[in-house]
Design a protein around this ligand. Sequence first.
Ligand code: IPE
Ligand code: IPE
Ligand code: MG
Length: 240
Amino acid sequence: MGSNHTGADRKIPAHVAIIMDGNGRWAKQRGMPRTFGHTQGARVVEQILEDADDLGIRYLTVYAFSTENWSRPAAEVKALMNLLRRYMKTSLVKCAKNNVRIRVIGDKTKLEPDLQQAIAHLEEETASNTGISFQIAINYGGRDEIVRAVRRAAREGLLVDASAFDETALGSCLDTAGLPDPDLLIRTCGEQRISNFLLWQIAYAELYFTDKAWPDFDRAELEKAIDAYNHRERRYGGIK
Ligand code: IPE
Ligand code: IPE
Ligand code: MG
């Protein structure tokens, strides 16, 4: 790999966020239906969660389904929801074994009731796990999250004294309340855009884009992204 930072001096980002893109194109290239790409992509998520944990990443957040993805053909939406449903039901044992805490971010109220229940169950069962914290974004949109946060702030009376409402107060109403902001945001499969992911939280994240499609993403690719991160100088508007 030829990096200067593969050894003990390598900084591991505490929070990595991933826009897992390219499942459909990956499948099409192989003459297969798009849903085949999603099935393969789901396998990759499980492997990357283990790799991230092994590398010492404390928080991993993945974009599984956006508020805009409902506009896809009904059969594809259904296949994605079924994959998520299966994931919620099969990962309980694994999470217990690996000490993983799972949270779903996004507007869960629009999901099928049984999926909502499976999510709530998994979140409850893993809530006291102290290992890697794994966030799955489902029916998630950054703008939608901010709108829901403002509504929640209003309901909780946080807007009564408007001048007291600050960034900390808004942050505490987001789905990601209590989580640190991502240090590194990865997007696969060539597109260089945010597509409504974590708009508030990525204010100072380092961005990394790779041409690899998500189903081909692996530990070596994750390490490449971390190496690139190690060559960035984070200034937060100040000067070094
Ligand atoms: C990412 O792959 C998964 C989701 C957005 C649900 P895509 O389905 O977007 O695959 P491409 O981008 O069309 O290849
Ligand atoms: C972003 O990918 C959403 C997820 C990865 C879940 P999309 O494929 O939906 O994004 P666009 O349409 O290329 O911007
Ligand atoms: Mg896509």
